[in-house]
Design a protein around this ligand. Sequence first.
Ligand code: SF4
Length: 691
Amino acid sequence: AAWRQPGIKRTKTVCTYCGVGCSFEMWTQDRKILKVQPTPDAPANGISTCIKGKFAWDFVNSEKRLTTPLIRENGQFREASWDEALDLVARRLMNVRDIHGPQSVGFIGSSKASNEEAYLTQKIARLIIGTNSVDNSSRYCQNPATKGLTRTVGYGGDAGTIKDIEQAEVVVLVGSNTAENHPVIASRIKSSQKLHGQKLVVFDPRKHEMAERANLFMRPNASTDLIWASALSRYMFDNDLADYEFLERWVNNIDEYRESLAPFTLDFAEQKTGIPKQQLIEAAELIGRAKSVCLLWAMGITQHSHGSDTSTALSNLLLVTGNYGKPGTGGYPMRGHNNVQGASDFGCLRNMYPGYEKVTDEDARKRWAKGWGVKPEQLSLEEGWGNFLMVQAAADDKLKAMYIIGEETAFSDANTHNVHSAFESLDFMVVQDIFLSRTAEFADVVLPACPSVEKDGTFVNTERRIQRFYQVLEPLGDSRPDWRILKDLAARMGHDWGYTHPSEIMAECASISPLFAGVSYERLEGWKSLLWPVAADGTDTPLLYTDGFPTDDGKASLFVLEWQEPLEAADDEYDFMLDNGRLLEHFQGSNQTGRSQGIWDQVPGSFVEVSPELAAERNIQDGTWVRITSRRDSHEFPALVTDRVAGKTLYLPIHFGKPGVNGLTGEHTDPVVHTPAYKETAVKLKVLDKR
Ligand code: SF4
């Protein structure tokens, strides 16, 4: 067997792609990655993986990896030593802060980096610079879901585990293309359908694979999900399907909420959502009569101008039907990046310390200041800017310097034209990444970091599961692990924290944050994992809310909502709605998957999905080029005719191009958390003569 050959090493790691958090052994010989082997010991995935986790690793040894720091001089990058680059970054950041104040510096932490690295990012922002303007890419995805959950049940994380999803009697998928975005969870649902007759209900404008497999598939009109969710809640009360025993024991605000549902009749829902009343009744009966329901949602809900409210409506529906705190129940906002949950958990948020303690809370400030050995006054009580507001503040000349770690903001933020000019207006910009990304092209200094396989650390998956990953390879060239870069930078700014290993960073966080009190590297050894909250004795919490909710009186709360028109909709001129999302093979800006040859060969470029009705009307065939024009810009794509989309909805993968889909999207955001409404883009379409 190969493992008997000399020089072959097997190391446990955790996937660098999606939030399922698959762990497996990586077989290597020198720098060569021989294979990825899952094992039954892996807590989230067992022996399953998807194509990305199994095969998309060529990027690690790509010739395009950054291996030395770069400094911009006369408009060009030149190579520099680490000492020169870090001295320059420390000096310029402190200089900007001293001249323009702490609020003039902003940080974006990475959803691909470790928890320990997220922790250090926010520690530098809060403790050294004195700003709470530190954020991560959850601003672009699940922040509205976090808001919906904190308004109703308390914690901004999945209520249970993949096991709960497996054992639910009914699974409801809303705006989640699970088979492509969270493939291993999708395969669990498929097995449960086969093995114990689990019922699957799907609400989505797109007929993706899970919609094809659903017992009931409904296509709501764009931006109307709050209406059907509220109509279902009303139906539960009106038809004696509400769980009164649960509501009376565990939930506040029942009467006011019930009254607020008056406008959400089935007739109103049918008229607005386009879903036939009979199907809504069928969905309500399935959900209301089931013993256990898990409701999973993703960007199809959150990336709208009222994503926070719609997320809240989904959580309300689960409360009304008593679907929290029991095995096989709960709300599950599916996390996209492998560590987007951890980046938020460990404090890269504009308003929270690690473990979701508010920066405006005096007691929390005192505890964090004590833990960090500084006076409370050194930490700001003022909330900072999130990603979107940082970019706006840069455009308004209020933010002068940005430090971006492993994020493709220049490609992933909505309306990238605005983002690019905001970056150009900054006095100083640092990018820490493994590639010279589209974002790094705007930087003054680029610091070469390491991917997860070249360092130790921990990630948190979508279940709130903290897992260790171990160093597989040495850092390539002169690249360095992010935690080491951040520690060395802090030392140059007068704070020598002396960490020698990420375990010491985790120990420090656990000693201050109650949510992680019992987390330690020993308790996470090998295949072991812990799901937060973790008590000091190491007891973790696979299923939340079994003994009540994390509120003053231990009760959840139904939250009153109104439906509001979306901020951008189709009209006579821009008469199509452009949907967008991921493909199974690729991830985000394809910086990693695009540099993995086998993956690139599978899907080497973009296309726009058009419906068969539209194709017939406009004489479009597969490969016909069309021009898509939004209120911002215009781009051309070959068409793919498919009944995955219907009528006047188009669908574009997000992975390709420069500027890509976000040249078309707008800067309108959810007013509560400022997540861009990526999925609300009205466009027009012109068929071109070329093929
Ligand atoms: Fe698992 Fe997601 Fe990685 Fe695929 S991309 S192997 S589902 S963690």
